[in-house]
Design a protein around this ligand. Structure first.
Ligand code: NAD
Length: 496
């Protein structure tokens, strides 16, 4: 039985906590590790270590900080498959999908390698006679990250590399459901040469998170997870005068115009809806068919019905089990509600299981048609392999439907008509839009820009926005006198 350690002040240590959470293999619910809920004292020591490390780390030359990221990127690439294997075993993700999770995290580290350019300020010479103004971008101090279960490599890597490259130190609290992957990421970060205290990893749940949110030495909090927790974290962190960025739940619509390329639409929707067991914040969970495109629903349902869930190393498996029995029960309950509320269940994955792994958290692919916006399966984020199909008569109606939805993480439109695509991208109130691209997750030189109830805060993850989130701007106005001639007092606010 593996006991997950804490990382405090450059050392992996066993927690003294008597509270341990079981980490399970979602394919059979066997316990594979135990993760501690860090004690209050351990939380204090972790934060103090990050605070102490900040005093020296902030002064390390920026190219040297970039070189740490280069060494880290090389190590992550070298250990890519090994990390993906750990990830698969604790999340149930198929090996290929796990590799994608690791890879998308590595891409953010590559962005952090570029930190000198990202930290450039602005200058204007002669803002007044002999006076120059220039700005510097400086780190905040100790930052904290709280991450969800569904991307245990990518989402921690959204946070600590850029924060640390910018000169901050970091305390990470990964999901208690899959802490082994983030632990491996932290081991490799030390191996890359991260000085002690620059990255600390604590474990636990709500209590440990609240410790971070209310601690005066934490300057900024980055969170990814569900809506209720995101709202709690945003309110608590900001009421304790911290910066916060909280990425929350989603309900992502794909709008299918009748002029779209049918084969491309159907192929795209299969993976985007039930891939990763629907446990992606950018999964397409609602397909909105415009006009005659609704005739494609039965064929789509047939294709989705053929997707087989299976074990992480089963090459035929389209996706794995859900993360926990609780997650599975919740999805099954929503499928039952969908049927009870009158949606047509074209493919029903409720009874699915994998022979020999009957205790796993399996849900087969599920497709509903005739879904309306008053049904629970439409209103709730299902976070399972369930696609809701809806039909509307026009693009305008589709846009109004998507805009009424309280979430705004991602959306896509499939069409052959540039004007329809242009109208959609312009009018839609969603932060990430795909045009003939089902899951439009931006690469890290852009930012991950969810809107509405999918995001609480101002500055988003990765890209230039994340650098702004983890830094302060200092603006200097400077004059050097060339002579000793007294200019007399200046009684105005103007520079002269
Ligand atoms: P979750 O909200 O249950 O947990 C996220 C983190 O918050 C975990 O580290 C957990 O320990 C902590 N936490 C849980 N309850 C808490 C509480 N009461 N107080 C303080 N902290 C608490 O989310 P999850 O189930 O791990 O992840 C799935 C959710 O994350 C989905 O809703 C999904 O849409 C969302 N998500 C969003 C994005 C995005 O970018 N918008 C990305 C990935 C996942």
């Amino acid at each position: 039985m593996k006991h997950v350690p804490l990382l405090i002040n450059g050392e992996f240590i066993s927690s003294q906590s008597d509270q341990q959470i079981e980490v399970t293999n979602p394919a059979n619910n066997e316990v594979i590790a135990k993760v501690p809920c860090a004690t209050s004292n351990e939380m204090e020591v972790a934060i103090a270590s990050a605070k102490e490390a900040f005093t020296t780390w902030r002064n390390v030359a920026v190219p040297e900080r970039a070189r740490l990221m280069m060494r880290y990127q090389a190590l992550l690439k070298e250990h890519h498959d090994e990390i993906a294997k750990i990830l698969s075993k604790e999340t149930g993700k198929t090996f290929d999908d796990a590799k994608g999770d690791v890879w998308r995290g590595i891409e953010v580290v590559e962005q952090a390698m570029n930190i000198p350019a990202l930290l450039m300020g602005e200058t204007v010479e002669n803002v007044a006679r002999g006076i120059d103004t220039y700005s510097y971008i400086q780190p905040l101090g100790v930052c904290a990250g709280i991450t969800p279960f569904n991307f245990p490599a990518m989402i921690p890597l959204w946070m600590f590399p850029l924060a640390i490259a910018a000169g901050n130190t970091f305390v990470l609290k990964p999901s208690e459901q899959d802490p082994l992957t983030p632990t491996r990421l932290a081991e490799l970060f030390l191996e890359a040469g991260a000085p002690k205290g620059v990255l600390n990893v604590v474990h636990g749940g709500a209590q440990q998170v609240d410790h971070l949110l209310t601690h005066p030495d934490i300057k900024a909090v980055s969170f990814v997870g569900s809506v209720p927790v995101g709202q709690h974290i945003y309110k608590t962190a900001t009421s304790h005068m911290k910066r916060a960025q909280c990425f929350a739940g989603a309900k992502n619509h794909s709008v299918i115009m009748p002029d779209a390329n049918k084969a491309q639409v159907l192929n795209s929707l299969v993976g985007a809806s039930v891939g990763a067991a629907g446990q992606r914040c950018m999964a397409i969970s609602v397909a909105v068919f415009v006009g005659e495109a609704k005739n494609w629903i039965p064929e789509l349902a047939e294709m989705i019905a053929k997707v087989k869930p299976g074990l992480w190393n089963d090459k035929e498996a389209g996706y794995g089990p859900l993360i926990s029995p609780k997650a599975r029960d919740r999805v099954l309950s929503l499928i039952a509600q969908g049927k009870a509320e009158g949606a047509s269940c074209l493919v029903d994955g409720s009874g699915f299981t994998v022979p020999g792994y009957e205790k796993g958290n399996w849900v087969g692919p599920t497709v509903f048609a005739d879904v309306t916006d008053d049904m629970s399966i439409y209103k709730e984020e299902i976070f399972g392999p369930v696609l809701c199909c809806m039909s509307v008569d026009s693009l305008e109606e589709a846009i109004a439907l998507v805009n009424r939805n309280p979430f705004g993480n991602g959306t896509s439109i499939f069409t052959a008509n540039g004007a329809a695509a242009r109208k959609y991208q312009h009018e839609i109130e969603v932060g990430q839009v795909g045009i003939n691209v089902p899951i439009p997750v931006p690469l890290p030189f852009f930012s991950f820009t969810g809107w509405k109830n999918s995001f609480y805060g101002d500055l988003h993850a990765y890209g230039k926005q994340a650098v702004r989130f983890y830094t302060e701007t200092k603006t200097v106005t400077s004059r050097w006198f060339e002579d000793d001639i007294p200019h007399g007092p200046n009684m105005t606010i103007s520079l002269r």
